[in-house]
Structures are given as structure tokens and as C-alpha cells.
Design a protein around this ligand. Structure first.
Ligand code: FES
Ligand code: FES
Length: 144
């Protein structure tokens, strides 16, 4: 249907024109993670200052869903408080697992990935960048 087509277009746009691709030169957090089921990998750099994600960039190789999701993730968390970024991540993860989630949160472009939840094998593709972000934030030695 039309919504599926729109979503597919949003995903392909992020895949072909990734936002925040690259590496932050002096990023405060660096995370490397791979998807064990396929070996695809993400390299994420974050800047966190005073509890706010001030910058986020990603690099890596992967399928269109994983790369589009990484692009959407960096776009979504930039400028957000760490706790709000984590809340968004939790909401996205629940959405992927088909669990109940907070529909009051504006998912923006991320909503386009909602259909992936119907394909269990691809859920890890969609959540890879988010897991990397969570790991990075958890490792932050200077939270607040
Ligand atoms: Fe529930 Fe989109 S917010 S699937
Ligand atoms: Fe490897 Fe999607 S197939 S991340």
C-alpha cells in the first residue's frame, strides 16, 4: 500500500544519502559493534557534553536496513538528552519486537522501519546502531 511505499522510500533515501556518515575526529565515545549473524559492522562516534548528545556520526558496512537505521539513529539522537535518546532506543526496540510501546513519542523517520518487525531475521539489522549507541552511552565515564 501507499504507506509501505512511503516507508520504503524513506529507508532508501537514508541508505543512499546517509546523514552523519563519517567519524568525529575528537569524539568522546567510540563504539564498534557487529551483527554476529552476518558480520556487518558499525563504527559509531559520539560527543556527549553535560548529558546531551551534541554530535553523532557512523561508518561501517551493512545492508540497507542497518545503514538506513544508523543514519536515522544519528539524526534522531543529535541534540537530545542522553536519557531521551535511551528512551527512544527502548521505544524503537519494543516497536521492533512487536511489544507495546509509547505511541506518544514522535519517531520521525524511524517510523519507516516499523515494517521490519514482521521479518525476525532483519530485526538485528535495524537495531544494530541503536545497540551501539546504548553501549557507548553506558560506557561514558563522565555522565550527568
Ligand atoms: Fe507504534 Fe509506530 S509508534 S509502530
Ligand atoms: Fe547484516 Fe543486515 S544483513 S546488518
Amino acid at each position: 500500500n501507499n504507506l509501505d511505499q512511503l516507508y520504503r522510500r524513506v529507508i532508501m533515501d537514508h541508505y543512499k544519502n546517509p546523514r552523519n556518515k563519517g567519524e568525529i575526529e575528537d569524539g568522546s565515545l567510540t563504539i564498534d559493534m557487529n551483527n554476529p549473524t552476518c558480520g556487518d559492522r558499525i563504527h559509531l562516534t559520539l560527543n556527549v557534553e553535560d548529558g546531551t548528545v551534541t554530535d553523532a556520526k557512523f561508518d561501517g558496512e551493512g545492508c540497507s536496513i542497518s545503514m538506513a537505521s544508523a543514519s536515522m539513529m544519528t539524526q534522531a539522537i543529535k541534540g537530545k538528552k542522553v536519557e531521551d535518546a535511551l528512551k527512544l532506543s527502548e521505544t524503537f526496540s519494543n516497536m521492533m519486537l512487536g511489544k507495546e510501546h509509547d505511541d506518544s513519542i514522535d519517531m520521525g523517520d524511524i517510523e519507516a522501519l516499523s515494517g521490519v518487525s514482521q521479518f525476525p531475521a532483519r530485526i538485528k539489522c535495524a537495531t544494530l546502531a541503536w545497540k551501539a549507541m546504548e553501549k557507548g552511552v553506558a560506557s561514558d565515564s563522565n555522565p550527568n
